[in-house]
Design a protein around this ligand. Structure first.
Ligand SMILES: NC(=O)c1ccc[n+]([C@@H]2O[C@H](COP(=O)([O-])OP(=O)(O)OC[C@H]3O[C@@H](n4cnc5c(N)ncnc54)[C@H](OP(=O)(O)O)[C@@H]3O)[C@@H](O)[C@H]2O)c1
Length: 230
């Protein structure tokens, strides 16, 4: 069975990814900042100890990313799933908080890039060879009709760009990349008014990952499989 590594697997969409891949029989490397506080994830791992392994990982800690890549050296990772993300804040034009912005770019942009660089050999030795980055439609320049949200939009737009470059650079090794918009989903980030529940969003994103081909590598899809304009 294939193997997936998920970041931010303790709650929200990341936890649902871990649940669904485990239920489908995959081996799941579920990473999160504080495993000791991740009750739902630990319960999942205890229910399927041979399938779900929990690893501490703050994606902004590059030494820890390298250490985990070393711990898993020799293992194949079919899908590297960069899910962990942060919203930053909603400060409008004139009120930018650059320290919040910096922390957010470390999470949303540098995090997935560093994970890809650290785990590229694990992905390359797998069958499926996919790097999937969870972005947002708010990172689409074409879709931006309401302005503001400088931090979140820019860090996700940058993630979109690096995902496209990786698709080109890693194609000779058979590695495919994709950016995924989950829809607006009921999580701590999406809030209670969101129309989608995590199971539907994640099932859709898993279908998109399953269907990714060499031709569609480097694309921007939403959870339903519709292409999102850049
Ligand atoms: N929900 C939506 O409507 C929506 C829409 C578009 C895109 N997205 C994207 O979907 C992804 C998942 O979001 P969500 O809705 O599940 O959000 P969420 O409920 O707020 O969960 C965010 C996850 O990211 C983790 N995280 C944040 N910073 C991290 C770091 N430095 N290192 C490791 N993990 C970190 C959090 O861990 P802690 O518990 O330790 O904080 C948590 O597990 C994000 O990339 C988000 O931008 C969500």
């Amino acid at each position: 069975m294939p193997t997936v590594l998920v970041t931010g697997a303790n709650r929200g969409l990341g936890l649902e990814f871990a649940r669904q891949y485990a239920a489908a029989g995959w081996t799941v490397h579920a990473t999160c900042r504080q495993p000791e506080a991740a009750d739902a994830l630990r319960a999942l791992a205890e229910a399927s100890p041979d399938k779900v392994r929990v690893h501490p990982l703050n994606v902004t800690d590059h030494a820890r990313v390298d250490a985990l890549a070393e711990e898993l050296a020799g293992e194949a990772i079919d899908v590297l799933l960069n899910n962990a993300g942060a919203f930053g804040n909603r400060a409008g034009f004139g009120s930018s908080d650059y320290s919040v912005w910096e922390r957010t770019v470390w999470t949303n942009t540098f995090g997935p890039m560093k994970l890809a660089e650290a785990f590229v050999e694990h992905v390359a030795r797998s069958e499926r060879k996919v790097i999937a980055n969870v972005t947002s439609k708010m990172g689409s320049i074409a879709d931006n009709t309401s302005g503001s949200y400088y931090i979140y939009r820019s860090t996700k737009a940058a993630l979109n760009m690096i995902t496209k470059s990786m698709a080109i650079d890693l194609a000779p090794r058979g590695i495919r990349t994709v950016v995924l918009h989950p829809g607006w989903v009921k999580t701590d980030m999406g809030g209670p008014s969101a129309p989608l529940d995590p199971p539907e969003s994640v099932a859709g994103m898993r279908r998109v990952i399953d269907g990714l081909s060499a031709e569609t590598s480097g694309s921007f899809f939403d959870y339903s499989g519709a292409e999102v304009p850049w």
